[in-house]
Design a protein around this ligand. Structure first.
Ligand SMILES: [Zn+2]
Length: 559
């Protein structure tokens, strides 16, 4: 091809609304050279409304150079241009998670026991014990009793079978309970005569410990013996392990929805070592030293770059959806006096929001129940009243239980809600306590879309799985693992679910100009899926294989 035809072609793609910077970059590339690689032979779902379907795209450096027909894109190939043949598979933008806790699992200091059979958990713990100095704690992470094929939880005897000389603590992914072995009770000095502490429980059956321990009863274990050291290098390793796994699920961007100083150092260290396999929006915890320090330094939301960027400050105003403590105007099923709990009062919310805005921070407040959502909106409406300039897109984290009046206020205030995207599927056993009627207005993706609200994708990992394919299935089918349907009125289409997991995720961090779609000038973040989620049985979307994930032109996962 000639330079003339290439320039002409690029000139036409630059007419797509890219933003000025992106457009000039494309033009500069036209003068300087060819594509680094070209993706062809796939079904492209671009998520770009201006060009929803295309045949191929070209990447140069970190960015998408052009998207178009196979012939047009072929014009950008030079002698050293590589080709990725998508072999009739589906290519989508990289998936984005707008609310997660990517470092909670602490896998670098323990073994992941998120497995389907108790025997597999036993094997994993035995392996970890063999790598652990004698007498030191062996730690299992991400345990989930509700997903065992065995249909019973892990117990003390199971662990004793395989590990008797090390104390073992297996932490539940929900973050509030664990299972220990007999050696653990000895190390902690707990006998069958020890009473339960206030706010905690050592579970017993027939005069013996079952191994399960909850809340404050976990403390004596944490405070005795020798635990694996979690230092700066271990935290860096945790980012490397966790971000590799997330890349394997198709994620290219995530959000740390309550970050502290150790976390941001870990992201920086991993990045410097070439081990950071996602982009991260870092939401400092409202009560953390890191938030105070950022304010002192004059750094607000949006500071950073496309790999690590400071997001909204994070506060929490009420309890949890999955642990059934969120603050509602009507009670829980079967508990007529239980309306959940608030963790901030109205004055505290006003003060937090006003302080954040005064320091150039966006705000993201955790509010699950309708009562808490109303209080957070009161504060957002107040600071928006005399504001000039673009809408700051304050967020409501979770925003689980809504009604028509809340929807109207969210829309009017330009607020971004981040409801759980895998919970309907994954946590079905918990929804009975809300009942069928409330579930019609919970995780209300349909209602948000119908109201024109750019609802964001949110896993809340570790409590919720982060896998985008599970998220799409959960939002599309509203079915739990056992096939029960919860709030079918809230079902959305596959296309809508995919748009939430891409473009809406980018919007939630003010980055829709640089990612979220396959568009010339945007970052080359994309995924190759073995099947198009539109074409498979909706109950099988979760099983779609992620064949390749690419972040800024570099492959982060290849199956
Ligand atoms: Zn969270």
């Amino acid at each position: 091809m000639t330079n003339c035809t290439r320039r002409k072609f690029l000139g036409s793609t630059a007419a797509v609304p890219l933003g000025l910077a992106a457009a000039s970059r494309v033009n500069a590339n036209a003068a300087t050279g060819y594509a680094d690689f070209i993706v062809t032979g796939g079904k492209l779902l671009t998520m770009d409304a201006a060009q929803p379907v295309a045949e191929a795209f070209a990447v140069r450096g970190k960015h998408i150079l052009a998207v178009g027909t196979a012939d047009d894109i072929e014009n950008l190939a030079g002698p050293h241009t590589r080709r990725i043949d998508a072999r009739s598979m589906t290519v989508t933008p990289g998936f984005i998670d707008s609310h997660s806790h990517p470092l909670f699992a602490e896998e670098a200091a323990g073994v992941n026991v998120n497995l389907r059979r108790i025997d597999d958990v036993k094997q994993a713990l035995a392996g970890q014990a063999s790598r652990t100095p004698p007498g030191h704690w062996v730690r299992g992470v991400m345990y989930d009793d509700t997903k065992f094929e065995d249909e019973r939880p892990l117990n003390r005897n199971d662990i004793d079978d395989v590990v008797s000389d090390h104390p073992v603590y297996v932490g539940h992914r929900g973050g509030h309970t664990g299972v220990v072995n007999s050696r653990a009770y000895e190390v902690a000095g707990i006998t069958i005569d020890t009473p339960d502490p206030v706010g905690g429980k050592f579970y017993r059956e027939d005069g013996e410990f079952t191994g399960k321990v909850a809340e404050h009863a976990r403390r004596p274990f944490f405070e005795s013996g020798t635990w694996p050291v979690i230092d700066r290098s271990v935290r860096q390793q945790a980012v490397a392990i966790g971000s590799s796994k997330m890349a394997a699920s198709g994620l290219t961007s995530t959000t740390d929805a309550y970050g502290n100083k150790d976390d941001i150092v870990a992201y920086r260290d991993a990045r410097a070592a070439g081990e950071l396999h996602y982009r991260v929006a870092f939401m400092p915890g409202g009560n953390s030293d890191v938030y105070a320090g950022l304010k002192t330094a004059g750094i607000g939301s949006g500071f950073g770059d496309e790999m690590i960027r400071i997001g909204a400050v994070k506060y929490a105003a009420d309890g949890s959806a999955s642990e059934r403590t969120m603050s509602m105007s009507t009670p829980y099923e079967g508990r007529p006096d239980d309306f959940g709990i608030l963790t901030m009062d109205q004055q505290q919310i006003y003060a937090a929001v006003e302080d954040a805005v005064a320091h150039d921070f966006r705000v993201g407040i955790h509010a699950n129940g309708d009562v808490a959502i109303d209080m957070v909106l009161n504060a957002y409406e107040r600071v928006l009243r005399d504001r000039d300039g673009p809408n700051p897109r304050h967020r409501i984290e979770h925003c689980s239980l809504i009604n028509d009046s809340l929807l109207a206020r969210i829309k009017a205030a330009g607020v971004v809600p981040t409801p759980f995207y895998t919970y309907t599927y994954y946590h079905g056993n918990k929804w009975v306590e809300y009942g069928e009627q409330k579930m019609q207005s919970m995780f209300a993706h349909r209602s948000f879309l119908d109201a024109g609200i750019p609802v964001a994708p949110a896993s809340d990992y570790t409590p919720g799985p982060y896998e985008p394919m599970m998220a799409i299935q959960s939002m599309v089918t509203r079915k739990d693992v056992r096939g029960r349907v919860w709030g079918p009125e809230q079902r959305i289409s596959v296309t809508e679910a995919m748009r939430i997991c891409t473009m809406h995720g980018a919007y939630a961090s003010f980055e829709e100009g640089i990612k979220g779609s396959l568009t010339a000038g945007k970052l080359a973040d994309f995924v190759i899926l073995a099947n198009d989620p539109h074409d498979v049985d909706p109950d099988g979307i979760v099983d779609i294989k992620v064949v390749r994930t690419v972040l800024g032109g570099k492959t982060t996962h290849e199956a």
